[in-house]
Design a binder for this molecule. Structure first.
Ligand code: 4AZ
Length: 622
């Protein structure tokens, strides 16, 4: 680790330090948004401001071009009946579901052994839901219909719950876009709802303002209302009723500034980034710089309903919704329980509880959590000597007598390093030193491993340092089933580029050179900030998707010769450590105008998992 103590106070290389973000004046750009074809008969054009102080400031334009939805596992967790492949949630096969659970009779009349199986089948063949070819009608199937509307895409909602003879209306009190979208999907409108209310005249013998009704509570990603929880007031209460206008090509289109959802639906722009899945495909909540109202902002740029904070289930991929929560109970459950106790009885099987239960059965990965609980470091410190167990993922690669590079343990027999550190032809010369602190005077914990296999990225480019990543498989003891690396804990492999952001503080460690090329014998570490827009330092040598810059504004902490292949680790809101970067290159060492460049590991999740096996590194979305 090179430690340069020159304090370059007047150097203003980091815009985030020198300029407040967004202060730079920009002249507003007006963009003509053409309404979708079906609405062109009115020949309306929409003027939308793409700069200035409008609500659009909340949206990240660059992110929007990626067209993220509820199926983008770079932004959200997949459902437990899905897994994440190449950034997309894909359907698991029904046999991969847990064997026990609640038997369900779906809207098409088919019986499924479990809810998970139903969702898996539906995920594989979404249209089969409307085939109505099943026979499980015995107890009275669930059904939903629209009453008193002018067209069949709108009206007051009437439901028939499973096991109940009577039909019921839904109360307006608990009705929102979240449930309205699900109801419309259920009715066969793939873009969900346009509005949560409308004016629908009821026959005189039924009063609109006073009717007994049931409440419904959905998460928003259900495809049928039967998956939502229905409750009923115990004491007869007469309330206003819920109605809906489903989104169709002929629907009366919203006016004002509009946001176009990935599924093609248009919603008022003020409803984007409000924590509510108005689009139905969540695309209005996934590219946010901040969130409206009380909704919760996940560091990954996602807005979630405020009730999801501290509800005992991690909703942000960054884990920040469950960080620092008091252990005592979960607000969402508490509120719901209180409501239930006060006035209601639950009328349906709780599919949300079933979803959580299925999720709890998924395999859990043990990585990124050290044995010793670290004390929180409050300030940027210079490079410091490491202690035993501080960096249990840190490995050293030796070529004969020379310590050539660092490496990062990621589990099993696998070590991640830089491609420029190793050559397949030299495999017999390498030794992996595990549990090492000082290589001049090795500590007693040191264990030496030989190398079984080296996999260098097939697109590694030795002149540009693109794809500077390699995997080393260490030799397993013949008598052992698995590799045992003493005193080692794997660092987690990040599956999404949104887990950490520019300005996050991370730690680089290694046995690399000091300033003036001075040799270092003991493992040293230092805190650096992730740096965005690094092309401004390295122009056409920097590849944003594959590389990550990190450093300090005065250059006092930096990686240097010999640190290569070693870890840049970042710790999330719940103290789980990820290998965010692999020390790769940089112009000199400790120069603030030339920050250290690291291989961005998140970009290589699929490459790594293809070689080491998904189960070894897949922490979520398995
Ligand atoms: C190297 O030669 C090297 N300052 C590694 C990192 C950096 C520079 C050089 C970044 O291995």
């Amino acid at each position: 680790m090179k430690l340069v103590n020159i304090v370059l106070l007047f150097l203003c290389f980091y815009s985030s330090v020198c300029k407040a973000p967004g202060i730079e004046p920009r002249s507003p750009v007006w963009q003509v948004k053409t309404l979708p074809p079906s609405h062109r008969h009115t020949t309306r054009f929409q003027l939308t401001s793409t700069s200035g102080k409008s609500q659009e400031d909340l949206l990240d334009r660059n992110c929007l071009t990626k067209k993220y939805t509820h199926l983008s596992c770079n932004k959200v967790f997949c459902q437990p009946w899905q897994k994440c492949i190449d950034g997309t949630c894909v359907c698991k096969l029904p046999y991969q579901c847990p064997k026990n659970g609640t038997t369900v009779c779906s809207t098409n009349g088919r019986t499924y052994q479990t809810y998970c199986q139903q969702k898996s089948f539906e995920c594989l063949r979404p249209q089969a839901k409307f085939l109505n070819n099943g026979t499980c009608t015995a107890e009275g199937q669930f059904s939903v219909s629209l009453k008193y509307g002018k067209t069949d895409s709108e009206g007051i909602l009437e439901v028939k719950l499973m096991g109940q003879n009577e039909t019921a209306f839904i109360c307006k009190k608990s009705w929102s876009m979240t449930q309205a979208n699900v109801a419309c999907l259920d009715l066969g409108f793939p873009q969900g709802a346009l509005d949560t209310q409308g004016s629908f005249p009821m026959p005189e013998n039924i009063s609109v303002n006073g009717h007994e009704c049931v409440h419904v509570h959905c998460r928003g990603l259900e495809t049928s209302l039967t998956e939502c929880t229905f409750t009923k007031t115990k004491i007869k209460k007469y309330q206003e009723l819920a109605s809906v206008v489903c989104y169709t090509q002929n629907a009366d289109y919203p006016t004002g500034n509009l946001f176009q959802c990935v599924n093609g639906k248009y919603i008022p722009q003020k409803r984007a980034c409000n924590g509510i899945n108005d689009c139905g495909d969540q695309s209005d909540e996934l590219c946010c710089k901040a969130c409206r109202g009380e909704s919760f902002f996940c560091k990954s740029g996602v807005c979630i309903p405020k009730q999801y904070k501290c509800n005992g289930e991690v909703d942000c991929i960054t884990g920040d919704d469950e960080a620092g929560c008091k252990e005592t109970g979960h607000p969402e459950i508490r509120v719901f329980a209180a409501e239930v106790q006060e006035e209601t009885e639950i009328l349906t099987a709780d599919m949300d509880a079933e979803r959580k239960w299925i999720k709890s059965l998924l395999p859990k990965l043990s990585c990124g959590v050290k044995e010793n609980i670290p004390t929180r470091r409050k300030r940027v410190v210079g490079g410091k000597p490491a202690h035993m167990k501080d960096f249990p993922w840190q490995m050293a690669i030796k070529d004969g007598e020379k310590l050539i590079c660092g490496g990062i343990y990621i589990g099993g027999c696998w070590i991640l390093t830089a491609a420029h550190c190793v050559r397949v032809s030299k495999i017999h010369r390498y030794q992996i030193w595990v549990g090492l602190l000082n290589w001049f005077r090795p500590n007693s914990e040191l264990k030496i491993q030989l190398v079984n296999r080296i996999i260098i990225h097939e697109n590694y480019n030795g002149s540009t340092y693109q794809n500077d990543i390699a995997l080393i498989e260490v030799k397993k003891h013949p008598s052992k089933k698995e590799c045992v690396l003493p005193y080692s804990v794997p660092a987690c492999v990040p599956w999404s580029p949104y887990l950490f952001q520019p300005n996050d503080r991370c730690i680089v460690s290694g046995w690399g050179r000091e300033k003036d090329n001075e040799k270092v014998y003991s493992l040293r570490w230092g805190e650096v900030n992730l740096i965005g827009n690094c092309s401004k330092f390295y122009a056409d040598r920097y590849y944003e998707k594959e590389m990550q810059c990190a450093g300090t504004s005065d250059g006092s902490i930096d990686a240097c010769k010999g640190d290569s292949g070693g870890p840049l680790v970042c710790t999330d809101a719940n103290n789980v450590t990820y290998v965010w970067g692999i020390v790769s290159w940089g112009e000199n060492c400790g120069k603030p105008e030339f920050p250290g460049v690291y291989t961005k590991v998140a970009n290589y999740f699929d490459w790594i998992s293809n070689h080491v096996g998904r189960s070894l590194i897949s922490q979520h979305n398995v």
